[in-house]
Design a protein around this ligand. Structure first.
Ligand SMILES: NC(=O)c1ccc[n+]([C@@H]2O[C@H](COP(=O)([O-])OP(=O)(O)OC[C@H]3O[C@@H](n4cnc5c(N)ncnc54)[C@H](O)[C@@H]3O)[C@@H](O)[C@H]2O)c1
Length: 360
């Protein structure tokens, strides 16, 4: 059955989030396109090959001018030069303030198209049509848009909420297993830091594959969790949004350490084991919970250690993390499954001990 559920994210702008199966085939049921002067589909070459023609055909039924701007696939496209090409494209196609950008793709497309939308003519509307698990549970939601700059991730950007998010889990069927794992790392992050019920669902799964029904439930659940946080700390000022960074302190450090060859999701997985280990050292988390977290990650083929990486390199990278405030790292730890706590200061000796074990 092709179903959809909608939640409303109450941020600086109300943003309906629709999650379901087959939604992309009847976009007009989930969003009112009538007030727009023209529609611009922004996607990457891979997603365009898979779904571009279908979505273009659907958009053309709205009776507006529809144009297509395609980015190369991959993180390198998330750059100011792509943004500049995007402005030129919009200008050449005479897109005015009533134009609508439809961002069809993973986080790279969503972040870049969202930033183009945020800045072109001081802001035009955009729609998030996320096609990766990571984008459906995380990046499309919350309004963080931007690009990389001078080799630094997400250095230039803004908070700019989409007009709506339409997450069609049917699109995840074509996702390569590595990309699925990448998104699952973020799902597990929500479970450990915020939702014990979700954790138990994942824990009880007998295999690593998900049905469409399971995906709908998981994506919806994660969207609810993230919406609740964005609603209380939209622009990351009160520190509450930091809970979404569970596992990311060591995760980012690993990505900065050149000897780690894994993906972002794999780095976050190891980072979650580190945060759980630190929580255990501080007496906040039972050893069997840490072991449970390891087993869960392994079941979904995510790593739980990083042998060969230098713990000193990690400590250095943590010191220079952009989320470090006044020279002090604020850790997100857990006081039990589903009970994340932010703003935790941890002695360096504790961090070093845990990292040494992970790097062995
Ligand atoms: N804005 C935020 O809050 C936020 C949060 C987390 C991550 N991010 C950003 O998200 C980006 C990563 O996003 P991502 O993991 O979605 O990567 P991505 O956008 O690069 O997509 C991964 C790969 O999957 C392909 N793909 C996308 N959808 C597909 C589908 N349905 N079937 C087959 N292939 C498909 C893409 O072409 C690409 O090759 C990073 O730049 C990261 O910084 C942003």
């Amino acid at each position: 059955m092709k179903t959809g559920h909608t939640i409303k994210l109450e941020s600086s702008r109300q943003c309906p989030v629709s999650v379901g199966e087959g939604l992309i085939e009847r976009l007009e049921k989930h969003f009112d396109f009538s007030g727009y002067s023209g529609l611009v589909l922004i996607t990457d070459t891979t997603v365009h090959r898979l779904y571009g023609q279908g979505v273009l055909a659907r958009l053309r039924t709205m009776g507006k001018k529809v144009s297509l701007f395609t980015l190369p696939t991959g993180e390198r496209a998330k750059s100011l030069s792509t943004v500049e090409r995007g402005y030129n494209f919009l200008l050449a196609n005479r897109v005015d303030r009533k134009g609508l950008i439809c961002a069809l793709g993973g986080g790279v497309v969503g972040d870049t198209a969202g930033f183009i939308a945020a800045s072109y003519l001081r802001g035009i509307d955009y729609l998030q049509l996320p096609t990766t698990l990571l984008a459906q549970v995380d990046s499309s939601l919350g309004g963080k848009v931007g690009v990389n700059f001078e080799g630094k991730k997400n250095m230039v950007g803004s908070f700019y909420q989409p007009a709506a998010i339409i997450a069609d889990v049917a699109l995840l069927q074509s996702l390569p297993p590595a990309e699925m794992r990448h998104g699952l790392a973020e799902v597990i992050k929500y479970a450990i830091a915020m939702d014990e019920g979700l954790y138990r669902i994942l824990e009880q799964k007998q295999n690593k594959d998900f049905s469409t029904t399971e995906l709908k439930e998981i994506v919806m659940r994660c969207c609810r969790l993230k919406s609740a946080i964005v609603e209380i700390d939209e622009t990351e000022r009160t520190g509450k949004r930091a809970i979404l960074n569970f596992g990311h302190t060591v995760g980012h450090a690993l990505e900065a350490a050149s000897s780690f060859k894994g993906s972002h999701g794999e780095a976050v997985a190891v980072g979650m084991v580190a945060a759980a280990g630190i929580s255990q050292q501080l007496g906040m988390l039972a050893p069997d919970s840490v072991q449970g977290i390891r087993s869960l990650l392994l079941k979904f083929e995510l790593p739980t250690s990083c042998p060969g990486v230098s713990p000193d390199a990690l400590i250095n990278a943590i010191r220079f993390d952009k989320k470090t405030m006044l020279g002090q790292t604020r850790w997100v730890l857990v006081k039990g499954i589903g009970k994340g706590v932010t703003n935790q200061l941890v002695e360096e000796a504790v961090v070093t001990k845990v990292l040494k074990e992970l790097c062995r």
